[in-house]
Design a protein around this ligand. Structure first.
Ligand code: SAH
Length: 492
């Protein structure tokens, strides 16, 4: 071979060193041997049975756990032999697992297994193991194993938990459908490229709709798309981004963000939430308020439909919950009218975020049996004139006023005119769940003045009702309760 003449001829990088080789053993109908009857051995017997092995357990005194698992084997049969294992028992075994207290017994067992050519694992004794069991994420037939080479099993478990959350359970059904459809796809005599395309579209669909069971019509649609007969029309998902703290995103919201081609973002969405978006996704701010140029709702609808028609998976990302003062109705209607598939992923509404932060239950026996969300803004920015004031004046109600700032004084006056006690506790929360969260407390009689005095910035809502009595009392003493360190970092 010649020496390199140009940079393009540089040798491709080699695989980096690998602490362990992950392999996936096929155990269906094979024999697996378990020596020992402890609870730890029982758990391994269960695992081997789940993987389809016929498990022979050798234990003079099997534990209760072992007897129970043997009685309810998940897949392959588990047979308990009430005696110690002998070398001959290893014949034809695909795998041997031992549970031993002392090193001498563990060493003898490992040696017997190796002599018989059977891969061996002694539970919690890495020195005697040919292989290790990793942490498992089970979406069979899709299976993920995680190993840290014994360096940090807890770390491995934490990663397993993260993957559990990220990988939809529904992928099991899609992977199973793939297995069933594979022969049919092969029988189609597609070109290599077409076949690849088929599985790419299949994967896209599984990622986009993990919780829907794949059905017969899917394979036909996929074949159609593969052959270019059907064009991908794209879709729209209205996703609730929650009040700000990205930890309040739902798993489904994260999935939608990760499979988006384009994300149309509202002003209220906190930037931290966007860290969860697919990096390649195009992100467009379409806020209706704030300092930038405002987008009209009709323009947003048009853009959304245009992108979906061009085959894009569009995520319409909205603060809080899309279905609460989020104009979701108009966007859903626009999609329907255009024949675009539309879906909604709920989010934590600002009121829920604020209530959680305040540790206030919005309903409470005896104090609040009605919970109502009202907007302080109508189409023209005025207090809506069709508010049912008797409901607002109900002493047993908790009322959450969204978009309260401009009209709160008037709202408070009219509620009092309809009989609401001026001493009813009222709490304003700005930037709920965010680092710059601010709480201002008082009564419905004085809250508008208190908010003015505190010069609240950012999105805020006002919560009114007896359930807020404790918060109002505690905070009223300090008037504005903002931790000093937060105050300093508050955005200008
Ligand atoms: N769909 C959103 C509401 C959009 S209307 C939801 O479910 O939360 C916009 C109003 O929501 C704001 O004027 C404010 O009243 C409220 N809001 C949104 N985010 C907020 C937050 N982090 N803290 C306090 N109020 C918030």
């Amino acid at each position: 071979m010649s020496t390199s003449r140009s940079p393009s001829e540089a040798r491709p990088p080699r695989m980096e060193a690998l602490a362990r080789l992950p392999v996936f053993f096929a155990l269906t109908a094979k024999r697996a041997v378990v020596a020992g009857g402890s609870a730890a051995a029982a758990w391994k017997a269960e695992l081997l049975s789940a993987a389809g092995a016929a498990v022979d357990v050798y234990a003079a005194e099997p534990s209760l756990e072992m007897s129970e698992i043997a009685a309810h084997a998940p897949q392959g049969p588990i047979t308990i032999h009430p005696r110690a294992m002998e070398a001959a028992d290893l014949r034809d075994a695909a795998m041997a697992i031992g549970a031993f207290e002392d090193d001498a017994a563990a060493a003898a067992f490992a040696q017997q297994a190796r002599h018989a050519g059977v891969p061996v694992n002694v539970i919690d004794r890495p020195a005697f193991c040919d292989f290790a069991f990793g942490a498992i994420v089970n979406r069979s037939p899709l299976v993920i194993g995680i190993s840290t080479d014994g360096a940090a099993p807890v770390f491995g478990q934490a990663i397993r938990a993260k993957l559990e959350a990220l990988i939809p359970r529904g992928f099991a059904r899609w992977a199973d459908a793939a297995r069933q459809w594979r022969p049919r796809v092969q029988a189609l005599a597609l070109s290599f490229r077409e076949r690849r395309r088929f599985w790419e579209i299949f994967t896209e669909r599984a990622v986009a709709e993990p919780n829907r069971a794949p059905v017969e019509t899917d394979i036909n649609a996929l074949i159609g798309e593969t052959r270019g007969a059907a064009r991908d029309t794209g879709s729209v998902v209205l996703v609730g981004a929650g009040p700000g703290d990205p930890e309040l995103l739902t798993l489904r919201a994260v999935r939608a963000l990760q499979s988006a081609d384009v994300i149309l973002i509202d002003d209220l969405v906190s930037p931290e939430v966007l860290d969860f978006a697919r990096r390649e996704a195009k992100k467009m701010m379409v806020g209706k308020t704030g300092h930038g140029p405002a987008c009209k709702q009709s323009e947003i609808n048009e853009l959304m439909i245009k992108l979906a028609r061009a085959g894009k998976r569009v995520v319409r990302l909205k603060g809080g919950d899309p279905m609460i003062f989020g104009r979701a109705g108009e966007e859903i209607e626009a999609c329907r009218a255009a024949g675009i598939a539309v879906e909604v992923v709920p989010g934590i509404s600002a009121a829920q975020g604020a209530a959680a932060r305040l540790l206030v239950s919005l309903t409470h026996r005896g104090d609040a049996r009605r919970l109502q969300y009202v907007t302080g803004h109508d189409r023209n920015g005025n207090l809506p004139d069709d508010i049912d004031w008797r409901s607002i004046a109900d002493p047993a109600a908790t009322t959450i006023v969204y978009m309260p700032k401009k009209t709160l004084r008037e709202l408070s006056q009219r509620a009092r005119a309809h009989g609401l006690d001026p001493a009813t506790p009222a709490v304003a929360v700005a930037n709920a769940t965010r680092p710059d969260e601010t709480i201002v407390a008082g009564t419905i009689g004085d809250i508008a003045d208190t908010i003015d005095a505190a010069a609240l910035e950012g999105p805020a809502l006002v919560m009114i009702g007896r359930v807020l009595a404790e918060v109002a009392e505690t905070a009223a003493r300090a008037r504005v309760s903002v931790p000093a360190e937060v105050k300093k970092s508050r955005r200008a």
